[in-house]
Design a protein around this ligand. Sequence first.
Ligand SMILES: NC(=O)c1ccc[n+]([C@@H]2O[C@H](COP(=O)([O-])OP(=O)(O)OC[C@H]3O[C@@H](n4cnc5c(N)ncnc54)[C@H](OP(=O)(O)O)[C@@H]3O)[C@@H](O)[C@H]2O)c1
Length: 279
Amino acid sequence: MSNQRNAALNDGPVLNNGVQMPWLGLGVFKTREGTEVINAVKNAIDAGYRSIDTAAYYQNETGVGKAIRESGVPREEIFITTKVWNSDQGYHSTLKAFENSRQKLGVEYIDLYLVHWAVPGKYRETWKALIHLYKQGVVRAIGVSNHQITHLKAIIEDSGVIPAVNQVEFHPLLTQQELRQFCQEQGIQMEAWRPLMNGELDDPVLKDLALKYGKTPAQIVLRWDLQKGVITIPKSVRKERIIENSQIFDFQLTDEDMQRIDGLNQDLRLGPDPDRVNF
Ligand SMILES: NC(=O)c1ccc[n+]([C@@H]2O[C@H](COP(=O)([O-])OP(=O)(O)OC[C@H]3O[C@@H](n4cnc5c(N)ncnc54)[C@H](OP(=O)(O)O)[C@@H]3O)[C@@H](O)[C@H]2O)c1
């Protein structure tokens, strides 16, 4: 029943290596290991989500894996993303970190493995380790997160392998125009983290559009992501919001309304600057 209602939750772009990834996923940053993450993931899968975004850094991979196994939905129907943390970067330590994540998740393969941040002096070797994992067949796609154009150019030049995805901070206050265009030209799929600006959605334009479309400000922003061609992974631990955030496939923003949201851009980061990674 819920699957039929939300059939579009499977839909998504085909990445540059031919693997398809859902437009919408559940983010689980700051979602506690154990009951909290297990419930969030189960509620999401029940609402029709087929993509989960975790990371070694979030310390909840065990719960994510358990929830997926207990959900009753076959493993191969769920798209799992995880990431190598900064302190594990470098060639051999990345291979070890991957094995750790895979064991915690309790899976044979990971759908998308990302370099979490471009750690100076390390990210180029880390990328080579991801290529090795991809060649081994234990990941279906490899990509990066928080990589600026300079970082992308460096790893592409080193390896000749273009990341499938770049997961970056993206929301109405930070529309990443230059980076988005570069990614588009290179065939790198952009993915939005912090899409809901941490839930700070009290904006007159968003509220006005919410009223116009009979949707919530969160749904307006998430729909805007999709129409920008950006994969989105809102986080919530509340069942009603998990459902709300998924109901974005049954309406369309006009070009004019898309531009109104674009106009909110302030190039404002809510998270760390990827050019200053010292953590
Ligand atoms: N690659 C990276 O470096 C990186 C960095 C940050 C995040 N991420 C990924 O991106 C995901 C999303 O980003 P995020 O978690 O930082 O922030 P977010 O999704 O923009 O916002 C999450 C916050 O919004 C609230 N919320 C959720 N749905 C809502 C709704 N419909 N209306 C109002 N408030 C709502 C949540 O509260 P409740 O939970 O109480 O509902 C939570 O406080 C993360 O979970 C993670 O997977 C990646």
